[in-house]
Write a protein that binds this ligand. Structure first.
Ligand SMILES: [Zn+2]
Ligand SMILES: [Zn+2]
Ligand SMILES: [Zn+2]
Length: 155
């Protein structure tokens, strides 16, 4: 029975996707497919990395998960509590994320697009940085990687 086999396959996919969705919901912030795969492996789910990638792509396409690009160019995902358009503050160290509204950005994006005659403009704005906890955990004197500290102390 072809229909029965297809239904069975769909069900199997749904089970795996549900499991990936749950793992994503359990994650504290943005995670990569590799991170989720590792977590699922610890739980002995038997879900392969390719399946995790597929499930995440499906969840992102259906709007159940947010997908964005880390500064390193890696795709990272999160099960967002907000379904509407929003922005994120993301800790690049621990992945913790805060969902933020950015009315100034909405207004600026609309105005800028209109000035150039663009319609149906979309935008992606996310802020990467170090969260309060990760900042506090930094050794003193290394607040910014762009700050050069000259150690030749003179009295
Ligand atoms: Zn979000
Ligand atoms: Zn952090
Ligand atoms: Zn926006």
């Amino acid at each position: 029975m072809t229909a029965g086999r297809l239904a069975g396959m769909a069900q199997r996919n749904t089970w795996q996707r549900d499991r990936v969705r749950t793992a994503l919901g359990d994650a504290a912030g943005f995670v990569s497919a590799q991170d989720l795969y590792a977590a699922l492996r610890e739980d002995n789910t038997g879900i392969g990395l390719a399946t995790v990638y597929r499930a995440l792509a499906t969840l992102a396409a259906s709007g159940e998960a947010d997908q964005l690009q880390s500064p390193e160019g890696e795709a990272i995902y999160r099960a967002c509590s907000t379904t509407g358009h929003h922005h994120h503050l993301i800790c690049r160290n621990c992945g913790k994320a805060v969902e933020i509204e950015a009315r100034e950005v909405e207004a600026w994006a609309q105005r800028t697009a209109a000035q150039h005659g663009f319609t149906q403009a979309e935008h992606v704005v996310d802020i990467f940085g170090l969260c309060a906890e990760c900042s506090a955990a930094l050794p003193a004197g290394s607040e910014s990687p762009h700050t050069h500290v000259h150690a030749d102390a003179r009295d």
